[in-house]
Design a protein around this ligand. Sequence first.
Ligand SMILES: [Fe+2]
Ligand SMILES: [Fe+2]
Length: 202
Amino acid sequence: MLGLQVETNPKWVAAASSHVARVLVDHAHCEMKAATNALSLSARCMLHPKVARALVDLAEEELRHFRRVLDELDRRGIALEPPEEDWYAAELRRRVAGERRGKQTLDLDAVLVDRLLVGALIEARSCERFRLLADALGEVEPELAAFYRELFADEARHHRTFFDLAVDVAGDASMARDRLARIASIEADVVRALDARPTMHG
Ligand SMILES: [Fe+2]
Ligand SMILES: [Fe+2]
């Protein structure tokens, strides 16, 4: 699905759907991080103004998602606690950057392409997990399931946007596709190492 090479462990679905409050708090932080990541990437795109503008649009949409998750927390009387460590995203970025350093490339566009493709894969994983959560919550929490189904569609579109922006910067679709497949295999290794905690990327 969306370039992912491994499916989420079913144990995660069981853990997440039985700890909805913890998942919602973590989800709020994920949306905020998605907004700040898109904004900080846009500031690195001065040579690619179209890409910078698209990332600002994306950041605005992620902020709207953040606000909606905050509303859901308020409705349920759940406090927004401090964020838990997102080992998945940090480890994925670390491994991709490590591989690039191994190749000793200082090409700033190559760095940007990698960061956009990492973004595409994080969106794809969120998308997969929103669908799994929506399916698991369908009977017990129909409104929350509908919310996750709606976000599933948004994150699928964001996956595509990040990939298209990477193609724009790389100027070569087949190169971007090959690099996406390579980063997807790194992402699959990171996902295999997860221990099914009830967080969005647990
Ligand atoms: Fe989002
Ligand atoms: Fe997103």
